[in-house]
Design a protein around this ligand. Structure first.
Ligand code: DAH
Length: 349
């Protein structure tokens, strides 16, 4: 028995030295303390020993077993510590930073350009009534934009007969009315915000998008002022080289009215009309439509109790989504609303 114990001690000493990781130490536990281990065999052999020797060898075996067990435990805990040690030279993980959404940053950029010209930024209401969204803007009762297919009406009690139904504004133009009702001219206001239309969502339509409305009311305001302001804006926002083109148009709230195109910011009109390598953004036309505008209709001023004989004004409205899509060659409006970080992080701010 003494010989056997000595052998176990020696072989354990060697094995323990060799065991250099958690797994090999776990294996040692099985080899020396498990049910099939040498020590277990010796324990089961004790009843075969002479009676007076049984107590002595039982004790010896227990001492051996405990020593082996604590030696393994001690080395195991050292290994665990080693494995969990923090490597201070390892590059740190940076917390993920959010960024300003491209729609917000461009809205801010556009408002800033107008602020430099003396405009005030005032937000309107997203929930409007029929009077502010249509009637006060000289939009007739039978105009198709009033249809439930083109405007989200809200299932709320009407305020009064004149105001009509509550709705989600279909454009930012009612901001003009809210402000003109409250503040006397002279006025120069820029009003950004969300607008809603029940369009079927596709690459160029969304049921919610962003517009920026601008208007000026004062004495001796003419179409030239409108042209000057818009050209200044376009050259600040796109580039100093761009040209503007005003095409006659019709809007109920302005007279005369125009749609405004900017010379293509992508191809600079270089491949205008060349069918072979047509610019993907202007499609070879050389121009991109950016906004609608005109001189504020006298009926609109009068609806806000502004004397249209004494005061004139101009107004314009642009779609922020569309302008960004043109400037950055984005071909699907849905990208703005999907919160795909890979898309958004291209515009860090
Ligand atoms: N409200 C028009 C729209 O949503 C845009 C617009 C056109 C605004 C001409 C104006 C304007 O102020 O003068 O399509």
């Amino acid at each position: 028995m003494a010989e056997e114990i000595k052998n176990i001690k020696e072989s354990f000493k060697k094995d323990l030295e060799k065991a250099e990781n958690k797994d090999s130490l776990e294996n040692l536990k099985v080899k020396y303390l498990g049910r099939k281990s040498k020590i277990s065999q010796l324990f089961s052999n004790i009843p075969n020993l002479a009676k007076q020797e049984r107590g002595h060898w039982g004790k010896e075996l227990n001492i051996l077993k405990n020593k082996i067990s604590s030696a393994i435990k001690e080395k195991l805990s050292k290994e665990v510590q080693k494995e969990e040690k923090i490597d201070l030279t390892y590059p740190a993980k940076y917390p993920q930073k959010g960024s300003i959404h491209i729609l917000s940053s461009v809205t801010k950029e556009i408002c800033l350009i107008f602020k430099e010209l003396g405009f005030n930024v005032i937000e309107g209401n997203e929930v409007e009534d029929e009077w502010h969204n249509f009637s006060a803007l000289n939009i007739p009762l039978d105009h198709p934009s009033r249809d439930a297919f083109d405007t989200f009406y809200l299932d709320l009690d009407k305020k009064d007969k004149k105001s009509g139904s509550w709705l989600l504004r279909s454009h930012t133009s009612p901001s003009q009315i809210r402000i003109m009702q409250q503040v006397d001219p002279p006025l120069a206001v820029i009003s950004p915000g969300r607008v809603y239309r029940p369009d079927v969502v596709d690459a160029t339509h969304s049921f919610m998008f962003y517009q920026i409305e601008g208007f000026v009311v004062g004495q001796d305001i003419s179409f030239s002022h409108l042209k000057g302001v818009l050209l200044y804006f376009a050259r600040q926002f796109f580039s100093q080289e761009v040209q503007l083109r005003f095409r006659p148009h019709f809007f109920p709230f302005t007279e005369p009215s125009a749609e405004v195109d900017v010379s293509c910011v992508i191809c600079s009109q270089k491949n205008k009309q060349k069918n072979k390598e047509r610019c993907p953004v202007c499609k070879g036309k050389g121009w991109l439509e950016i906004l609608g505008c005109g001189m504020i209709h006298p009926n609109v001023l009068e609806a806000c109790n502004i004397d249209s004989k004494k005061y004139q004004g101009f107004a314009f409205g642009m779609g922020v989504d569309r302008i960004i899509m043109q400037k950055y060659q984005i071909n699907d409006i849905r990208l703005f609303y999907e919160n795909d970080k890979n898309f958004l992080k291209q515009f860090p701010l």
